[in-house]
Design a protein around this ligand. Sequence first.
Ligand SMILES: *Cc1c(COP(=O)(O)O)cnc(C)c1O
Length: 454
Amino acid sequence: MEKITKILLTESEMPRQWYNIIADMPNKPLPPLNPATGQPVAAEDLAVIFPMELIRQEVSTERYIDIPEEVLDLYRTYRPSPLFRARGLEKALGTKSKIYYKYEGGNYSGSHKANTAIPQAYYNKMEGVRRITTETGAGQWGSAMSFACNHFGLELLVFMVKVSFNQKPGRKLMMNTYNARVVPSPSTMTAAGRKVLENDPDSPGSLGIAISEAMEIAAQDPYTKYSLGSVLNHVILHQTIIGQEALIQMDKAGDYPDVVVGCFGGGSNFSGIAFPFLRENLTNGKNTRLVAVEPASCPKLTKGKFTYDFGDQSGMTPLLPMYTLGHNFIPDKIHAGGLRYHGAGVLVSQLRKDGFVEAKSKLQRECFESAILFARTEGILPAPESSYAIAGALDEARRADLEGVSRTILFNLSGHGHFDITAYEKYFEGNLPDHEATAEEIELSLNQSAVPAV
Ligand SMILES: *Cc1c(COP(=O)(O)O)cnc(C)c1O
């Protein structure tokens, strides 16, 4: 048989639709609730901060949603993304298993986030929005939105989590280059930010706080809307282009995954690759395991509680039914900034509760070790976030070898780490401590984050 290492699709083979898992979920997700009334949120309530088309997608039960031509045009500049057989990595491990990865770092933003930034900017533009506010952790999302907004002629204001703002000046400059304004969060621009700073002037910030700041600004101006890079159903919908392509590519390779692995922040890259394969499980008799890997310092899926909670720190969002560590949870300053979010998206939360997806947590040093092995054998320097997926894939290969079987493993390499080189430096210097959130910390945060009874 011919030796295959890189599986490419032509532009005309690129899927033209996103896949909506809600259509196939045995238990539909619970509705978001208005915290004041305890009643399901009406679409009009969300219209203050999101354009109508994204709200429609958020609640849609249609199985497939067409990707607009203008979005496809930009997708074509970097999609379809390649799928690789990790032959170098397999050899270094001496594994009998086959390891494949889908590479989402080969675009202007360096991560999968471009896949949703482009349609979000597009739909806002179509509905007459002039300015978008958003948050960014490590900076990938802000970079993704900066270029997309500039392309469609929208202004962008980014609240960047302060610890990342200080760790990654390169990301800020990149966003500025794409014409965005970047403010470290917590900031004095908003009531939410000022309140945090009053209590803790040295607050490192968190995604939850930055979301509150961005939403507050958007809610004040009819021509400004807010945009989120993960967690929400419409974001996850847009990311399914990854798995839709991967299904075709695995078929071209003459293979099918026994297990699909993704790192987990709010759930968008994991869901993006996993949900089309989950569809095949649910509707087509397949039996692929789907494994989300999250940091031990921010372990919502493995140690959080399934409950209604706010998506942001100051309680501006609707209440969402999700696995959460409590909206006041401030994760340790691990370098995988994109994974420092207190909750898991509603869709993954329901599917995890119902046993359709698995989750595990990992300490960061093991993940950096895996990333370095990957860099040395495959040549791509992974984003620290993506290293959790690599470590998860290595576990699967090692376990299969212990069991004396060969498995087909597919993981999502969600981004490259060219802006994260100082994190690698810290690792090499031995200055990257492991940190695990304790049961007491989580318990305390959940108690402090208690939300109105619903
Ligand atoms: C943002 C980000 C993540 C985590 O977010 P998800 O929504 O869980 O995918 C993972 N990897 C990279 C490279 C990111 O930029």
